[in-house]
Ligand binder design. Structure first.
Ligand code: FES
Length: 181
């Protein structure tokens, strides 16, 4: 008799206990989910803000206004220009040089002065022993007016991407020289 009463007593409590557990779990999940949602709402904008300069990295499509088209001759001329750069969070300005010329049909080309041997700076017509050539003072590399490597250097000079707009020459990134056959 006594046993039966105890059994009955336990049976009465079991469903209650199960109900209590599931309510507690429900609250835990709900509060946990809401907290995670609020935390994500606060943290994601911070991550995005921090990563913003990286996301807006300089692209190949950036051009700099360098010279008037009317000033460009068949003889290569040296032009200096500034390139604003963003390295992560740090803005800086690079001072660059381009040797710009046009061919017989009026097409405009711009050469990088960085020697493809070990990176010194070449000049046009700067060695009387080798007239009408680019010459590198470091180890004597020589290039033709289109940048073709004649001595020492294993490769031709790089070219800048060129864009002509409203009578001005704009230069973009450097790329391997395709003018040299
Ligand atoms: S760096 Fe120009 S010849 Fe060596």
């Amino acid at each position: 008799m006594e046993n039966n009463r105890n059994d009955h007593h336990e049976e009465e409590h079991q469903p209650n206990s199960r109900k209590e557990m599931s309510r507690r779990q429900f609250l835990t999940y709900t509060l946990g989910g809401a907290t995670a949602y609020m935390a994500a709402g606060a943290i994601l904008p911070m991550i995005r803000f921090a990563a913003d300069p990286i996301l807006h990295k300089k692209t190949d499509g950036d051009y700099v206004k360098v010279a008037e088209v009317s000033k460009i001759t068949n003889e290569p001329q040296e032009f200096s220009f500034e390139l604003k750069q963003q390295d992560g969070w740090y803005p800086s300005t690079a001072n660059l040089i381009a040797w710009i010329r046009k061919d017989e049909t009026g097409n405009i080309y711009a050469l990088s002065p960085i020697c493809k041997h070990l990176g010194c700076t070449v000049g046009w017509n700067n060695n009387s022993n080798f007239p009408d050539e680019y010459h590198c003072p470091c180890h004597g590399a020589r290039y033709t007016n289109v940048g073709k490597n004649l001595a020492v250097s294993p490769k031709p000079l790089d070219t800048y991407k060129v864009k002509i707009e409203n009578g001005w020459v704009y230069l973009g990134a450097t790329e391997p020289n395709t003018e040299v056959k």
